[in-house]
Design a protein around this ligand. Structure first.
Ligand SMILES: [Fe+2]
Ligand SMILES: [Fe+2]
Length: 315
């Protein structure tokens, strides 16, 4: 909800609504006040009032209810808090899905929390995947793919509503894996044919679960059903070829593969960005070459400074 407040009442943790901000901020049309510098900038401005979005940040009432609230939004803690809030929403979303409930609204709320986390720290989600914690692998992967897809979509200058729905598609692309046992998902030995067949069903099963919500966007269903298709026709479940695979699905596929390679799993260590991109460049018949080149540029621009191990040579 948008609310106009006096400038002097602006506090850390509030989301300042401004539809004219550029770049990452533009989708939600504003920014989260996470640093004292930003807060001072707002308070010293010549505006009498500012508009806050209470759906994306703290409300004036939150500060009346608790005098300690603002301290949790200080710079050093805010990234962790935002990431924790996003994780909690995703956990609840997947718990509902395991009970057979599919809700676009819930997924959309979780995506907004993920987006806020990216605004505060663009590397938060991809870094989260490199370190194995007690978070469920599937949920962590889904969050990271969602964040990557939104960031890549913004890099490609796609329209804000499309960025948002792509984020939901990324979050839900593997939802069909909730039907697989954790033994199969964590298996380090070679899979049996029966296990491979069970895994191959996850796009269709996920699609069928999501389609129960009549408000689920077609684009999200498309991503869920087709994210394992490959441009050379070697993918599944339908063996689609170039020209039959949407841009949304191609964005999802690139982000999905990159995230899987750069994340730590029970059966493999986390690869560097350089190794992941190098491996992906060996299979260019799976991806559109021009889109892959854009993806490589996007990774360089977004993560290069934080990922200096041996990235430069490959990028
Ligand atoms: Fe998948
Ligand atoms: Fe995936």
């Amino acid at each position: 909800m948008l609310k106009r407040i006096e400038r002097r009442n602006a506090k850390l943790g509030m989301f300042i609504h401004d539809p004219h901000l550029p770049r990452l901020d533009r989708w939600v049309g504003g920014f989260l006040l996470t640093t004292n510098q930003d807060l001072e900038r707002v308070q010293r401005s010549n505006l009498e009032t500012v508009v806050i979005d209470t759906g994306l940040g703290m409300d004036v009432e939150d500060y009346r209810a608790s005098t300690t609230a603002p301290t949790v939004w200080l710079q050093s803690e805010s990234h962790i808090d935002l990431l924790g809030a996003a994780k909690a929403r995703v956990r609840a979303l997947f718990a509902d899905a395991r009970l057979g409930v599919s809700s676009f609204d819930e997924a959309d709320s979780a995506v907004r929390a993920i987006y806020r986390s990216i605004l505060a720290d663009p590397t938060a989600l991809i870094e989260m995947s490199r370190v194995k914690d007690d978070e469920d692998d599937l949920q962590r992967h889904s969050m990271a793919v969602s964040g990557l897809m939104m960031q890549f979509a913004e890099f490609l200058d796609l329209a804000p509503p499309t960025v948002q729905v792509l984020g939901v598609g990324g979050l839900l692309h593997d939802i069909g894996k909730i039907y697989l046992s954790s033994d199969i998902l964590a298996k380090t030995a070679a899979l049996t044919e029966e296990e491979r067949n069970a895994i191959a069903l996850h796009p269709q099963r996920g699609h069928d679960l999501l389609a129960q919500d009549p408000t689920m966007p077609e684009l999200v269903l498309d991503i869920c059903l087709h994210h394992h298709e490959k441009l050379n026709g070697a993918g599944y479940p339908h063996g689609l070829k170039a020209g039959e695979i949407s841009l949304a699905v191609q964005i999802a596929t690139l982000c999905d593969v990159y995230e899987a390679l750069t994340s730590k799993r029970s059966y493999k260590p986390a690869w560097s960005s350089a190794d992941a991109l190098s491996s992906m460049s060996q299979t260019l018949d799976y991806f559109d070459e021009e889109l892959f080149n854009q993806f490589r540029l996007f990774v360089k621009q977004t993560f290069f400074n934080q990922d200096t191990k041996n990235t430069a040579a490959c990028l």
